[in-house]
Design a protein around this ligand. Structure first.
Ligand code: Q46
Ligand code: ZN
Ligand code: ZN
Length: 345
């Protein structure tokens, strides 16, 4: 297999681009795709301070590495969610990445600083863990950007993530969400601008990028992701992509070009007026923001270990004293491993 650019030994084939790349040309391809996303969607400039949402996974570490490599001012923020060994490994990967490169990693420990963790919040609220987790992360990233003087929050959402969210929104005709789905969410009344510079790269490509750059990311998936319907949408899109390379890219980018604007009025109409939360000052449509209401319910609750939650995260009863089976990881692990098979360092 020869590199399409230099005819040297290729390490990866990209069927949707009808190209093979050697190590150097693949890394250049990744940088070019990110540069194109930043420029096309006017995400940020050289003078902007970027706060990268770091999880220790391949996407967020690849994103941080790319932005620093491209000369942007990017600091990381990592939130320890208290999800057992998964969080321990995530913390280690994030801290190790930042230390090796001498980068600034801000850290928040939910249990230590806010008195709860995600398994406990899921059990107390009796909702899927991703619900309190997403709410906590959004609030804490927004707050950190506001108090830290950052211009923009960057997340590691890739093409697979965005195409899966789009498929979900289309299948349920969530017109309001369709009107908001974009690689950039503009700043609004105290909410920072949010950007997704990896939208032009697939999951397999960010995994390959990490392997080739020697980035040790956490391969283990969040044990609480099982049952997440986006995983099923990803599988469906992977089947379509295998039969017809380029399907995901066309689905997402043609939506942005040809259809997204049609849904903007619905998204605007649903935007209620924001005012400061009477408890923490964050922008909210209610008197007290959702995060403060969550805190009221979960702070001080008896901690629930991750092993006591079922596959959907709700508390499970132990039978005969036996520990419940731990929820399996999702398809991303398989993707990352798949990338590893086809990528040589
Ligand atoms: S960490 Fe949190 Fe994710 Fe785990 S509980 Fe769900 S949202 S799956 S990106
Ligand atoms: Zn080459
Ligand atoms: Zn609040």
């Amino acid at each position: 297999m020869k590199c399409t650019v230099c005819r040297g030994e290729a390490v990866i084939d990209l069927r949707r681009h009808n190209a093979n790349f050697c190590r150097d040309h693949f890394l250049r391809f990744c940088r070019d795709q990110v540069a194109k996303a930043i420029a096309e969607h006017r995400m940020f400039g050289r003078d902007d301070r970027v706060l990268v949402a770091v999880s220790g996974g391949k996407d967020s570490l690849a994103l941080w590495d790319l932005l620093v490599d491209m000369g942007y001012q990017a600091e990381g923020l990592y939130i320890d969610l208290g999800i057992g060994s998964y969080s321990e490994a995530s913390t280690a990967a994030s801290v190790d990445f930042a230390e090796r490169r001498g980068l600034t990693l801000h850290r928040i420990d939910l249990r230590e600083q806010h008195g709860y963790d995600i398994p406990t919040a899921a059990a107390v609220t009796r909702r899927v863990p991703c619900s309190s987790c997403g709410l906590s992360k959004r609030h804490l990233f927004d707050e950190a950007a506001r108090t830290g003087g950052f211009d923009v929050v960057a997340t590691g959402h890739n093409l697979d993530d965005e195409a899966a969210v789009l498929l979900g929104n289309v299948l349920h005709w969530q017109t309001e969400y369709l009107g908001r789905q974009a690689p950039v969410l503009e700043e609004r009344d105290g909410f920072p601008r949010k950007v997704k510079p990896l939208v032009r790269l697939s999951e397999r490509e960010t995994a390959a990028y990490c392997v080739l750059r020697g980035i040790d990311y956490i391969v283990e998936e969040c044990p609480m992701a099982a049952g997440n319907r986006h995983l099923r949408y990803k599988e469906a899109l992977n089947a379509l992509e295998a039969a017809s390379p380029g399907t995901k890219h066309a689905f997402y980018f043609e939506f942005l070009d040809k259809a997204a604007d049609r849904f903007r009025p619905e998204a605007r109409a649903s935007q209620e007026e924001l005012r400061p939360c009477t408890s923490c000052g964050a922008p909210t449509t209610a008197e007290v923001c959702a995060f403060c209401r969550l805190l009221e319910r979960v702070q001080g609750a008896e901690p629930v270990p991750v092993e006591v939650l079922g596959s959907k995260g709700r508390r499970r009863r132990r039978r005969n004293g036996a520990a419940p089976r731990r929820a399996p990881g999702d398809g991303e692990t398989a993707t990352a491993a798949g990338a590893g098979e086809r990528v040589r360092r």
